[in-house]
Design a protein around this ligand. Structure first.
Ligand code: GDD
Ligand code: MG
Length: 360
């Protein structure tokens, strides 16, 4: 097993309130672009050649990761003119693969943080003789995912992407976004048009009698598609709950990157990351949050489970919980912003403008 495809395209809009110019996989989680963790984990599992299938803001990947040699990888980049969907993106990079027709090729969704035993998925694939093998995980609410019921031997019996009705929720096993494809199955995906692997390829393979094998693995797993999940994933990396060889420094309660400045009496906890050049003032308390490069958190601010964009400024004594503050935004002093709030890039909120607690 030596090669893999990483899917890092699509519309990529869900973090947009935070970062207009940074595609999701490049936003730092635990101090390095999120994609670094996936690349490093694949390398640790023995993968040597990875093709990045990109579409949205593709031009930022290559300058950062180059030929991959700093990670011990051989990396290639393929950019779609128009997003081709997950299956179309896979088919579009087929000519870059070096594997023979019966060889296994790993494919990863680019927004997943997981402790998956990649080698075990490949072993399952080999031993079952499947055409495609899928990592499955169990979640409490499967509606945002692909549902994948299996029989007693783990063979996939159906694939139901984003179930719409209660009757369609037949299992809590979902597609975790990591597959092994027999190389020839990739070549059989139609070329030159958008294809959804979830809505077209998997159901089509099943109805033609192909063998899809599921491997349920309940290790750490998180789709980082929302800013809230992204913040949690970053904190879990820092604290060591989510395994990655690419986290800089030691695991612990906080990660303060070089050239960040944190006042001695500020308190950082819950896997908080303070990125390069950011400043945290006296008495500030930050829990389970990400403070991106160049941001300023003034004295006495109290922040939890929030994402503070690059160069954003959080005023003195302002309280943030579950907030996303866009790049360059300013939240003045003495504000209180709660769960789900999005402050757009470069927006300015005056001091004392918003509160949730009693009127005083
Ligand atoms: N290159 C390329 N081109 N990549 C794409 C495209 C495209 O047109 N569309 C999506 N992708 C990439 C995304 O960047 C992401 O890494 C991955 O494919 C999955 O797309 P998402 O948009 O994140 O899909 P989702 O999260 O709603 O659902 C998928 O992931 C779930 C697990 O998190 C599906 O695979 C579900 O079945 C699965 O349960
Ligand atoms: Mg996703």
């Amino acid at each position: 097993m030596t090669e893999a495809i990483l899917l890092v395209g699509g519309k990529g809009t869900r973090l947009r309130p935070l970062t207009v110019n940074t595609p999701k996989p490049m936003v730092p989680a635990a101090g390095v672009p999120f994609l670094t963790h996936q690349l490093a984990r694949a390398r640790a599992a023995g993968v040597e050649h990875i093709v990045l299938a990109t579409s949205y803001l593709a031009e930022v990947f290559e300058p950062y990761f180059g030929d991959g040699s700093s990670l011990g990888l051989s990396l290639e980049y393929v950019t779609e003119k128009e997003p081709l969907g997950t299956g179309g993106a896979i088919r579009n990079v087929a000519e870059r693969l070096r594997s023979g027709p019966d060889d296994p090729v790993l494919i990863f969704n680019g927004d997943i943080l997981t402790g998956l035993d990649i080698g075990a998925l490949v072993t399952t694939h080999r031993e079952s003789g499947a055409d495609v093998s899928l990592h499955l995980t169990r979640v409490a609410d499967p509606r945002a995912f692909g549902l994948v019921p299996t029989d007693g031997s783990g063979r996939v019996t159906a694939f139901l992407e984003k179930p719409q009705t209660p009757e369609e929720i037949v299992t809590d096993q979902i597609n975790a976004g990591a597959y092994v494809f027999r190389r020839s199955v990739i070549d059989s995906i139609p070329a030159g048009r958008p294809v959804s692997v979830e809505r077209e390829t998997f159901p089509g393979l099943l109805s033609s009698g192909a063998h899809l094998q599921g491997m349920v693995d309940s290790t750490y797993w998180l789709d980082l598609g929302t800013p809230q999940a992204f913040v949690r994933g970053s904190a879990d990396l820092v604290m060591g709950r989510a395994p990655s060889p690419a986290v800089p420094g030691r695991r612990g309660d906080r990660l303060v990157l070089a050239s960040a400045s944190v006042a001695p009496d500020a308190k950082l906890s819950g896997g908080t990351v303070v990125c390069e050049g950011a400043t945290v003032g006296s008495g500030a308390r930050i829990d389970g949050s990400v403070v991106l490069a160049g941001a300023v958190v003034e004295e006495g601010a109290v922040i939890s489970s929030s994402l503070i964009g690059e160069r954003a400024r959080i005023g003195a004594r302002t309280a943030l919980t579950g907030a996303v503050i866009g790049d360059g935004a300013v939240v003045g002093a003495d504000n209180e912003l709660r769960d789900g709030v999005r402050v757009w890039c470069d927006a300015v909120l005056p001091a004392g403008a918003v509160r949730f607690s009693s009127d005083q």
